[in-house]
Structure formats: C-alpha cells, structure tokens
Design a protein around this ligand. Sequence first.
Ligand code: GLU
Length: 338
Amino acid sequence: MLITATTALAKPTIYILATGGTIAGSGSGELSSSYTSGVVTVDKLLAAVPQINEIATIKGEQISQIGSQEMNNEVWLKLAKRTNELLNSGKADGVVITHGTDTMEETAYFLDLVVKSDKPIVMVGAMRNSASMSADGPLNLFNAVNVAISKDAVGKGVMVTMNDEIHAAREVTKTHTTGVDTFKSPNTGKIGSVFYGNVKFYMSPTRKHTINSDFDITKITELPRVDIIYSHANDNADFVEIALKNGTKGIISAGMGNGNPYPSVLNALQNGAKSGIIIVRDSRVGAGETTRNGEVNDDEMGFVASDNLNAQKARVLLMLALTKTNDRAKIQEIFYTH
Ligand code: GLU
C-alpha cells in the first residue's frame, strides 16, 4: 500500500468533554487547601498540557462546569448522548471526560452501561487544583489521552485514569478524601497502568458493558428515583418509610456486614418489597459480595442481592434496570451480569 504523508501523519481525534471538578479548580495559592471546583474552562485546561497535541488532534467541549457533588441525571444524559454521537459518527476515535472525583465512579459506571461503542472512553480528574503546588491534573490528563489513543484500550468499556493507574468503571471507587492515590478497585485491582504516557493493560473487565450491555441511551429520556439508605447500630426505619411515602421506585440498603439491616429497617424494607418497590440488599463495607440468602432470606423477603457493587453503583444499575423492567428475577439477573 502506498503510504502518503497524510496517512503516515494522521493522528487520532480525541474529544475532551469537560464537566468541572478539581481538575478545573482554582485555589487561593500553591499551599492552600481551599479552592473552587469547576471554574477553569476546557480551553485553559487543554492549554496547560500542550504535549497532547503532539499525539492526537484534540477538540474540547464544555458539557458542564460543576463540582461533581452537583452531578445529576440531566448532565449524565447529556454526556452519554454526546459521547455516543461523537464515537458512532466517526468524529472521534476516543473520548476523554474531565470530571470531579467525588462522583466520578458513578458517572463512569453510568456511561459504561449506556454508551454503545467499543472505542476508548476515559475519565480523568485531579485531587489537587490547578493553582496547587504539584498539581496532578496535567499529567493525569496527558496519561488519559494516551489511554484514549491506545489500541489496547478498545473494548475495555469506560475507564478511570488517575495517579498512573487505569481502573474499570464497574470496579473503581474513591477511597480517600484527599490523597492522590484515592482511586482503587477493591474487588479486582486496577486493569492497567499508564506511566508518562506508556500504557499497559493487565486485565479486561468481564461483565456486560457498552456494546454488550442491556441498556441503550437513545431509548432513555429520564431515570426513576432510587434512594440509598445507610445502616448503623441502633438504627430506625424512618428513612425507609419516608422514601416509600415520597414515591421512591427503588431502595439500595447499604446494610451492615453482608448486607444486614437493623431489624426494624428490615421489616420496613420487606413492606416496601410487598408494595412492589425494588429493594436491593447491599453492604456499607465497601468490598466483597452481598450474598443472596445469607443471614437474610431474600427469596422470602422479595429482595434483590447486589452482588459486589457498592451502594452508589448499585443505585446507577437499579435506575437503569427500572427503565426496562419491574420484575425482581430479571433485575437480579441484571445484577449478576453487569
Ligand atoms: N468536590 C469536587 C468534585 O468532585 C472536588 C473533588 C475533585 O474533583 O477532586 O468535583
């Protein structure tokens, strides 16, 4: 084949979709821990890492400018639809999403379940704002673009790239309030590493995602209300009762240990299940499976077990599951396959 100068030099096109967060945060000084999230625009973010232009044709778009504690269904749907459109129209070879770290794991899992493309989708953020000494955003962004152009990243679903590590969307969680090594995958470990742009994968996610998931963003226009209720010693059923009264469609019970709620809470959850609300039994522990019919008889109570998803990810999956079905057995199957 004749290789022309154009084909030899053709660089992949990567869209950077900016949503806000600390990576776009600015503070009151190099050593100040106080700062405002999401104030730096996508153009300024990209200008801080000119090296990415050497490896890809970069295009930036501002989707939102928020701290990710403000993340909501509207931004999720907008982000998912735009990502889908860019990847499936052939405009982009990969998408990098800059995002606050607080809810990055939820956005990552949502996109992993609804975007229909096997091209790389990489989420990235920072733990130190752009004005801080040793800000981690620029290198994290450089690494994220390198993951997005990597052939080995194709088919891995949505990934989170922070602190030289690559994590799968389903597994990753924020584990430390301030540390740069906050993102971990407690049940499986990271799937790869990226060191100054050098990308290596060691594992692939096996659960259904992106092109193989049961969900399709083009068919989803709104998401049902699902609440998370956290358990503790000497608990009471008030929050369950209020959620049921206020029209929740599903409850994730972040129970103690292997998903054990306090007796009065268990009783209230059973009443919810009897009235047709989907109750997913999960754990507040943060790692390991909440096993079906452990100390609680899920068959008898009419509950769904969360497998090993943490509560915030179980909430994302249940919202999407409820857009398709209200059947408990089918929802349990969705939890065992996604
Ligand atoms: N609360 C902010 C956010 O999630 C700061 C956390 C961060 O980005 O590291 O957007």
